[in-house]
Design a protein around this ligand. Structure first.
Ligand SMILES: *Cc1c(COP(=O)(O)O)cnc(C)c1O
Ligand code: SF4
Length: 310
């Protein structure tokens, strides 16, 4: 994966919460031998469509992003122009979804679906005609990498299409965000534009990244800012064991301790579920935080209450 930044991000490179996410000057082990521990490629049933869980499918619209995050789980693919869906690929995906009515929840990912608005629009219009698809989601980082592109006509048109669909079906926008430095006024403006122009629900996803956000204050600030901007934190992941990402993988016990402190301090809606995407096909599983609280006369461990004395 080559280094790639947007002019907008270059202007923000003095903010360490941002520059560390995109900097490629770190020595990488195993560079060039990236693996696929989540077995996405093995579950790619037709080009672009990953069917790992019975009722859900993930569609990679392209492998293109406005900027290249050094910690990307799909570091093996990002930047490769061969990932971009063609007309025939969209037809095959639509056929597969029709033949598999058990797929009710479709997630557009990549790559960034907002970077190829025409392809995403065509895909959405076709998927929307399939009655068995009940929910649609789009994962994106473009509001944080190039917020000004949301003023372009092509994205405006895509938002119009999303709006028409989101009135009929639940439609989620999943913002991938790692650090409060990313939530600039420009970024918030582009997110508010999505909210104004569509009936979508905005959620966020975050990855614990060593050297970037494994720290209570940073995450408290991130989740509070998201909540106050109308974006509900959905998941926080333990970093995947992808070759080349070793420098970002944190300590699980330290991450659990931060989650316990966040649970003590954040509003419930601002508190995401801490999951690991287990290797192979097992999927995303929440960690047991083993929250222990001591009150005057009892010890409470998660749901179990042990009364010490009366
Ligand atoms: C994450 C993911 C999903 C969606 O999982 P949820 O837990 O429902 O958010 C679906 N398919 C694939 C391949 C995924 O990686
Ligand atoms: S925007 Fe998402 S898919 Fe693209 S490089 Fe960053 S993490 Fe990976």
């Amino acid at each position: 994966m080559r280094e790639k930044l947007t002019p907008y991000l270059s202007k923000l490179s003095h903010k360490s919460g941002i520059s560390k996410q995109y900097s490629h000057n770190i020595k990488e082990k195993n560079f060039g031998h990236f693996n696929d521990p989540l077995m996405e490629d093995a579950h790619e049933m037709v080009k672009g469509l990953v069917h790992k869980y019975k009722n859900r499918a993930l569609i990679k619209v392209s492998y293109l992003c406005a900027a290249h995050c050094r910690f990307c789980t799909r570091i093996r693919q990002i930047g490769n122009p061969k990932g971009t869906l063609q007309k025939v690929d969209i037809e095959n995906i639509v056929c597969y979804l029709k033949e598999h009515p058990e797929i009710e929840d479709v997630i557009l990912s990549g790559g960034d679906p907002f970077l190829t608005p025409k392809i995403t629009e065509s895909l959405l219009k076709n998927i929307n005609k399939i009655d068995s698809v009940k929910v649609i989601r789009i994962g994106t980082r473009l509001p944080l990498q190039s917020p000004e592109s949301f003023e372009r006509n092509s994205i405006g048109q895509l938002l119009d299409t999303i709006n028409r669909i989101s009135i009929e079906k639940p439609f989620y926008i999943l913002l991938h965000v790692e650090h409060p430095d990313e939530l600039t006024s420009e970024a918030i403006t582009s997110l508010k534009l999505i909210k104004q122009k569509t009936a979508t629900i905005l959620l966020s996803q975050t990855v614990f990244l060593k050297g970037i956000n494994i720290d209570f204050d940073t995450l408290y600030s991130l989740f509070t800012k998201l909540y106050f901007s109308g974006i509900t934190p959905y998941y926080i992941y333990h970093c995947d064991s992808v070759n080349g990402l070793e420098q970002f993988v944190g300590n699980i016990e330290e991450e659990k301790e931060i989650m316990r402190r966040l649970r003590d301090t954040l509003s419930g809606i601002a508190y995401p579920t801490f999951v690991a995407d287990l290797e192979n096909e097992y999927g995303k599983y929440p960690f047991d935080l083993e929250i222990i609280k001591t009150t005057a006369n009892s010890v409470i461990k998660n749901t179990n209450i042990f009364v010490l004395d009366k």
